[in-house]
Design a protein. Structure first.
Length: 93
């Protein structure tokens, strides 16, 4: 089944309100800068029966475009796969 870009995924079976998850988030001003961010799964305050991610005092729709990980280890492995290991000695950036 194909989804339209931005279409909400069926997350009710995967995540529950109150659950803490981890995402890889890019800096909107510098697309080559990304980091792992902890987020809370919450009920969307403006859209009934929808879940959202609550990060930095903002609600973000939980869509298939967001890679959400249940553990920090899973998020770190995905980050390392996508961006390399930032903790290498002599690495700046």
């Amino acid at each position: 089944m194909l989804r339209k870009l931005g279409e909400k995924m069926e997350v009710h079976h995967h995540f529950q309100p109150g659950e803490v998850v981890y995402i890889i988030i890019r800096n909107p001003h510098a697309q080559n800068v990304a980091h792992i961010q902890q987020a809370a799964v919450v009920e969307h305050p403006e859209q009934s029966n929808e879940l959202a991610l609550f990060i930095h005092e903002t609600y973000y729709p939980l869509t298939e475009e967001v890679a959400v990980y249940k553990t920090s280890d899973e998020a770190e492995a995905a980050y390392a796969s996508a961006f390399g290991v930032a903790e290498q000695e002599g690495y700046y950036g």
